[in-house]
Write a new protein. Structure first.
Length: 235
C-alpha cells in the first residue's frame, strides 16, 4: 500500500538553517512543521522548541504530556500540536513555571527564544505582506504570521504594526521610511539590526533594494528582507 498524506518527519541533517539544532547527527529524524501561520523554512515545530532548543524535557513523550495538559500558549492561544510552526516574533508562554519567550533572529539568521517579562507578552510586531480592498472599500491587511487585520489605507505593504494578542488590535504603526529601525530577516546579513537610509527602486522588474547602516557601516540589502521593529517589543 502506498504512503498516504504528507511526511510527518524530516531528516535532522536537512533542517533549515533557521532552526537552531546543533546535534544534527545524534538522531536521524526530527518533527516536521505542519501547515500554519509560518512556512516550514522559517519556523520551529513547537515540540522541537520545547525539547531541543529550550531543553525543558528530554523525550517526545514528555513534550506530549506538557502540550496535552494545555500549559503552552503561542501568542496567547493554547497549542497542543507538537508540529505547530512557531516563527519570528511569536510569543511562547509556559503557564506552569510562568516563563515567556519571544522568537527572534540571532546574528547567524537562526530563530532563537529570548526570555520576556510578563508585562511584555501582550503585544507583538507583525510585518504587512499583503493589502486588499474588500467590497465597500474596506481595507484588510495580511501579516507575516497569517493574520487578517482591518485597517486604514495609510498602512502600506512593508510597514509593520504593533498588535495586541491574542485579540488583535493595532497599537502602533511602524512605517518603513528613512530612519526606521529594521531587522534583516534573510540573506548574509540576517539577524542584523540596522537603520534604514533609503529604498532604491530598480527597473526592469528587479527587486527593490534598501540602503541601510549599522554604526558607521553602510550596505545595500533587498528591501523585502527588512522587518521594521521598535525597542519595546524586540527583546
Amino acid at each position: 500500500m502506498g504512503k498516504r498524506g504528507a511526511p510527518k518527519h524530516m531528516k535532522r541533517i536537512a533542517v533549515p538553517k533557521s532552526v537552531p539544532i546543533h546535534d544534527k547527527k545524534s538522531r536521524e529524524w526530527m518533527i516536521k512543521s505542519s501547515p500554519g501561520p509560518h512556512s516550514g523554512d522559517y519556523s520551529i515545530p513547537l515540540g522541537v522548541l520545547i525539547r531541543d532548543v529550550l531543553k525543558l524535557v528530554r523525550t517526545s513523550r514528555e513534550v506530549g504530556r506538557i502540550l496535552s495538559s494545555r500549559l503552552v500558549r503561542v501568542d496567547g492561544t493554547v497549542r497542543v500540536d507538537e508540529k505547530f510552526p512557531v516563527g519570528l516574533m511569536d510569543v511562547v508562554s509556559f503557564e506552569k513555571n510562568e516563563t515567556h519567550y519571544r522568537i527572534i533572529l540571532d546574528k547567524k539568521g537562526r530563530l532563537v527564544p529570548a526570555e520576556l517579562k510578563k508585562g511584555d507578552i501582550s503585544t507583538k510586531v507583525v510585518r504587512i505582506v499583503k493589502k486588499h480592498i474588500q467590497p465597500k472599500g474596506k481595507i484588510t491587511l495580511t501579516s507575516n504570521d497569517g493574520r487578517t487585520i482591518i485597517a486604514d489605507n495609510h498602512i502600506m505593504v512593508g510597514d509593520s504594526v504593533v498588535v495586541s494578542i491574542p485579540k488583535v488590535k493595532i497599537k502602533t504603526h511602524l512605517k518603513r521610511e528613512s530612519g526606521a529601525t529594521c531587522l534583516i530577516m534573510d540573506g548574509k546579513h540576517a539577524g542584523f539590526i540596522v537603520s534604514l537610509k533609503e529604498i532604491i527602486q530598480r527597473k526592469g522588474g528587479q527587486a527593490s533594494e534598501a540602503l541601510v547602516s549599522q554604526g558607521d557601516n553602510e550596505f545595500i540589502t533587498v528591501a523585502k528582507y527588512l522587518f521594521v521593529i521598535n525597542d519595546e517589543v524586540y527583546a
